[in-house]
Design a protein around this ligand. Structure first.
Ligand code: UT7
Length: 336
């Protein structure tokens, strides 16, 4: 059996910064409420002129990750794309990446799984590499939320939280069994599927506001719904469980964590986990203050930034953990 190792990381976020004060001009909210409840100061939202879509942002992040992996695009033998906001209802963005990068006929799959999407994608890629089927897999998490949010006071409990962006990793075969992805742990509980969901048909190509103009303007099913407190309560429990599960599977304890990168759902959730595991600030990486919650993109963006800032060093034990809509949750334990 082989091992898989992250050999390249990249991310892309749109230039357009939207601050909490900007939001308070279009809905009844304020900087104090948003920062106190979520830690978020600003997020990136695409503009119509930018041309950024979920696949376009994913491609930009992927190019950086491939270059940093020191491989050629033709060395990629599989593509995994995680998103809840694909450009098209079908086909999914995996094949759009393939086309844009000019990678011939390798397989491409799309993973949903919302906030846990990147960890699910990483896990899929890890299995393919461990069994020897593929050598280099491109895993992308990309999300474009801003086109589908209810930016009126009615939607403020959800819309202030989410941001746009993309992150990517190249996972490569390694013969060194002491390093790389040690294990991944995936869960879901469909019983809570409607607690954080968008129950309308696939979006991603039109502004929902325009759709509603032609239909019933009061139809809220086109916007994401979230039972925030219910999600919060489940999140703190599942984050803790799945981190402990991952540590236990590798005979590790919380003291062994050099860097925890939690899905950036809410700074308060991350702080709860940090306190629970008695980690200091240098052991947890957060960037929700700058980007909001970018669902499937949040972990690869944060992982890339942490790595770029020199906060992850060779030999470190890195823990990734996510929880989100589905509910789905997961963790990955990595020896860097
Ligand atoms: O990434 C996927 C996983 N997602 C999560 O983990 C998110 C988990 N949930 C949360 O992070 C929190 O529940 C939220 C940040 C979404 C909301 O915080 P909360 O403390 O649960 O607030 P709430 O929904 O209970 O609302 C409290 C009050 C309400 O007013 P009343 O009824 O007390 O008068 C809301 O209407 O705050 C009001 N409110 C706002 N006020 C200003 C809700 N959103 C806003 C807003 N600005 N943006």
């Amino acid at each position: 059996m082989y091992n898989s190792k992250i050999t390249g990381l990249g991310y892309y976020v749109p230039d357009n910064v939207v601050t909490n004060d900007d939001l308070s001009k279009i809905m009844d909210t304020n900087d104090e409420w948003i920062q106190e409840r979520t830690g978020i100061k600003e997020r990136r939202w695409v503009t119509s002129e930018s041309g950024d879509t979920t696949s376009v942002m994913g491609i930009k992040a992927a190019k950086i990750a491939i270059e940093r992996a020191g491989i050629d695009k033709d060395d990629i033998d599989f593509i995994v794309f995680a998103t809840l906001s694909p450009d098209y209802y079908f086909p999914g963005p995996g094949v759009q990446v393939q086309k844009a990068l000019g990678i011939k006929t390798v397989g491409a799959i799309d993973v949903r799984n919302q906030c846990s999407g990147f960890i699910y994608g990483l896990s899929v890629a890890d299995q393919f590499i461990k069994t020897g089927m593929y050598k280099n897999i491109l895993v992308i998490g990309s999300e474009l939320h801003s086109k589908g949010l209810d930016k009126t006071t009615r939607g403020r409990g959800v819309s202030v939280i989410f941001g746009d962006g993309a992150g990517a990793a190249v996972l490569s075969r390694s013969e060194d069994s002491s390093k790389g992805i040690l294990s991944t742990h995936l869960h879901s509980e469909g019983e809570h599927a409607e607690e954080l969901a968008l129950l309308a048909p696939g979006m991603g190509t039109r502004w929902v506001d325009d759709i509603l103009k032609d239909n019933d303007p009061n139809d809220e099913s086109y916007y994401p719904y979230m039972n925030g407190q219910y999600v919060f309560k489940n999140a703190v429990v599942r984050f803790s469980e799945v981190i402990m599960e991952g540590l236990g599977a590798n005979n590790l304890t919380a003291q062994d964590i050099d860097m925890l990168i939690p899905h950036q759902a809410n700074l308060r959730i991350a702080q709860f986990i940090q306190n629970k595991f008695k980690l200091d600030n240098s052991q947890v990486f957060n960037n929700i203050m700058k980007y909001g919650n970018t669902t499937a993109a949040s972990i690869p963006i944060a992982l890339t930034e942490a790595w770029e800032q020199g906060k992850i060093k060779e030999g470190d034990t890195v823990v990734l953990a996510a929880f989100g809509s589905g509910f789905t949750w997961g963790s990955a334990i990595i020896k860097w």
